[in-house]
Design a protein around this ligand. Structure first.
Ligand SMILES: [Zn+2]
Length: 500
């Protein structure tokens, strides 16, 4: 994710609080009795109720029927194939914004209720560890945000797009909504004729029946729920070839196709530039989705990054800046998508690397020295650590904070850690580490400890102390090779502004 330089004020009260308090009070009282349905999680420090214990999702099959207007619920069927990793009397799914009509488990109707932001399903017979199970939920998916919710469907001028990071996929479909449980996805989206639908992955069929059309897409690589994308709109799909025949397809409002073409044409060279740095593009296709929406951010949805169209048409942004944010989202396809974070505290690995390649691209293509940017980041780093926490220990998002965990400490603050590492171990070892990281953890999840281990192995020495200071310290350590770098005073107009 990259916050737009002009964020709009928005109130986002933190969800789950009430449910969490109730759940813990209740479970204390009824210790010995059968526990009531309660919201569960996988223990993420920042989002304790995301994900669920006891199963591992292998695939999602999502069917949505778009009614032709983006202010009414879509009819939906979510089919989940999962492997049980524990005996389960109940199955918790994350789902918090839609009406559930029915649930089936392995072909039998199952009871269900909601608890906090979980849909709690009770199958007619308990599930045993080490089995496949299929859960089918018939539900609605509501694109109109509830008063205290944000994210999930994005209503565009001509339809819908999706922005689920970090904790909003379960506002769209029932899921194990944590990046540690990646799965394969199939999408079937039915929309009135005249709309164009594109989702993650590659097309697997277009069926026109009467006045509606069903579009099917399938991923060829596992994906986190937060990276799902479905675009429904009056769109043009622009196709071209990337490096070594990689299919590139962009999705833009039909009326703006000509105006946006010069930007779209840049993607193949940007992919080639990234491949030169860290190796092959990790997925089956890539492209940008330019949506008629003001989200306040751009987002690395897998194989199809979401951008606000106005970023490309707003004359205030210099060309080099727009290109570097295109590279930011592109580099996330390796850092964040192919290698996804094991916990949300590892998000510095996503944003630190995306900021790193964004800045490196600006240095190589537009003569914006990386060292200048890193020196400026060094100056602010103590303040960022103070307000957002150290890069690998971000503070829990505060109530009403739309930017959630996406603060400067995990962007330039984390890129600064990578710069310090390159200073410490030298450029050849650093570049080898980057290539090995995306290779070793491809299509998987990895955390901070994995990065520290690999860096130590590549450098041939124990870097635990180095990373402990840089990733978890309250104060920024001295910069290797630049003993003169110092913290600077906050600029007078810095208050209340997001980064850049
Ligand atoms: Zn980002």
């Amino acid at each position: 994710m990259l916050l737009n330089p002009r964020p709009r004020p928005h109130h986002r009260p933190v969800r789950r609080r009430k449910a969490a308090l109730l759940a813990s009070a209740v479970s204390v009282c009824l210790l010995a009795a059968a526990a009531p349905p309660e919201p569960l999680g996988v223990g993420d420090r920042l989002f304790p109720y995301l994900g669920n214990p006891g199963y591992d999702v292998a695939s999602y099959d999502l069917s949505f029927t778009y009614p032709g207007t983006n202010d009414k619920p879509l009819q939906a069927v979510t089919t989940i194939d999962a492997w049980t990793t524990a005996d389960l009397d109940r199955i918790n799914l994350d789902f918090a914004h839609g009406t559930v009509e029915s649930v089936q488990v392995d072909g039998h109707p199952a009871a269900f209720t909601s608890a906090g932001e979980d849909l709690v399903v009770t199958p007619d017979t308990p599930l045993h560890e080490g089995n496949w199970t299929r859960i089918i939920v018939k539900h609605t998916s509501n694109p109109v945000a509830a008063k205290d919710q944000d994210g999930g469907w994005v209503r565009t001028l001509d339809g819908l797009a999706m922005a689920n990071q970090a904790d909003a996929a379960h506002l769209v479909f029932p899921s194990d909504d944590h990046p540690s449980d990646k799965a394969m996805f199939t999408f079937h989206i039915t929309a009135p004729n005249g709309y164009t639908v594109v989702a993650n992955g590659v097309p697997a069929g277009v069926d026109k029946v009467g006045d509606s059309t069903t579009w099917t897409y399938r991923t060829r690589h596992p994906m986190a729920t937060e990276l799902a994308q479905v675009s429904i709109g009056r769109s043009a799909v622009v196709r071209r070839e990337g490096p070594h025949g990689l299919p590139v397809r962009d999705v833009v409002p039909s009326a703006d196709r000509k105006v946006l073409e010069p930007w779209l044409a840049k993607t193949p060279d940007q992919i080639a530039w990234m491949e030169d740095k860290i190796g092959r593009f990790p997925f089956e296709t890539y492209g940008v989705l330019m949506a008629e929406a003001s989200t306040g951010f751009e987002l690395e949805t897998q194989t199809l990054s979401l951008f606000e169209k106005h970023v490309f048409t707003e004359p205030a942004y210099p060309q080099w800046y727009i290109e570097s944010i295109m590279v930011h989202e592109l580099s996330h396809q390796w850092f964040g998508d192919s290698v996804s974070p094991r916990t949300w505290s590892d998000v510095w690995l996503n944003e630190g690397h995306a900021t790193w390649y964004e800045a490196l691209y600006a240095e190589e293509k537009a003569h914006k020295p990386l060292e200048d940017r890193m020196k400026a980041a060094y100056g602010s780093s103590d303040r960022w650590r103070d307000s957002g926490g150290p890069p690998a220990l971000p503070k829990v998002p505060a109530p009403g904070q739309k930017i959630s965990i996406f603060r400067p400490n995990i962007y330039d603050g984390a890129a600064l850690v990578l710069y310090a590492l390159r200073q410490e171990i030298g450029r050849p070892a650093f570049e080898r580490l980057e290539r090995m990281w995306v290779q070793e953890h491809r299509d998987s999840t990895a955390g901070t400890a994995d990065f520290v281990r690999l860096a130590s192995s590549v450098a041939g020495r124990d870097l635990n102390g180095f990373f402990k200071a840089w990733l978890y310290g309250e104060k920024t350590p001295p910069m290797p090779g630049h003993p003169d770098w110092r913290a600077t005073q906050a600029p007078k107009d810095a208050k209340g502004r997001a980064r850049k």
